[in-house]
Design a binder for this molecule. Structure first.
Ligand code: SAH
Length: 212
């Protein structure tokens, strides 16, 4: 497939939806999403839809990935600092993050998906992506403090570990249970304390504890 042309169309649509961060748009244009889905789904890889990746989980919609990463970067001009991603899944968002941040720590609780992400990312040779197998609710203190923390799974409440591991001046973007559904939560950690805002409704898989 001529994936470059298809990706460019996807990027135009993302820009049309309001994504303006040039680094995010170029990352979305360069990472081949079709390499992260099963062969039977390749022809849907550049549609703005989530797709199954096995073990009951999904690869997030490009529209949501780009929106959340743009929020995470909070207007940074160059690459942002260290980022922690909770929920590696198939590794797609970790690959996109590798283009817009200096270091990416991505943690997954399902061994089968952690291994799948490793296989998917190997040919891309991204030296700044660090895949971790474990319960992301505990974060990953060794990689912190983080300029950004982004979760691809939504829980009832924000784990305190994430707040603790966020740098002062850093930003967290995560889906949380809100008003009977889920919404995007943005938390800025400032020298004066936390500033939180709830944005639009989203649909993510649940944040679960422990590993499997
Ligand atoms: N980032 C992926 C999306 C994966 S879906 C993408 O690029 O499309 C969200 C993932 O979060 C699932 O694989 C799920 O297993 C994982 N997850 C849920 N709770 C978790 C936890 N506590 N720690 C780590 N991963 C978790």
């Amino acid at each position: 497939m001529d994936s470059l042309a298809v990706r460019q169309r996807m990027v135009q649509k993302l820009a049309g939806q309001g994504v303006t961060d040039p680094l995010v748009l170029s990352a979305m244009g360069s990472i081949e999403r079709h390499r992260f889905v099963d062969s039977g789904l390749v022809n849907q890889a550049y549609e703005d839809t989530s797709l199954p990746i096995g073990l009951g989980q999904t690869i997030s919609k490009p529209g949501v990935v780009s929106r959340m990463i743009e929020l995470l970067r909070n207007g940074a001009t160059g690459p942002m600092g260290r980022v922690l991603e909770i929920g590696t899944g198939c590794g797609y968002q970790a690959a996109v993050l590798s283009r817009v941040a200096t270091e990416v720590y991505s943690i997954e609780r399902l061994k089968g998906l952690h291994d799948k992400a490793r296989d998917n990312l190997r040919p891309l040779r991204l030296p700044n992506v660090h895949l971790l197998f474990g319960d992301g609710m505990a974060g990953y203190p060794k990689g912190g403090p983080y300029a950004g923390i982004i979760s691809a799974a939504g829980g009832d409440a924000l784990p305190q570990a994430w707040i603790d591991q966020l740098a002062v001046g850093g930003r967290l973007v995560a889906p949380v249970v809100h008003a009977g559904g889920q919404a995007l939560l943005v938390v800025d950690k400032t020298a004066q304390g936390l500033r939180q805002s709830i944005l639009e409704a989203v649909h993510f898989v649940p944040l679960k504890s422990g590993v499997a």
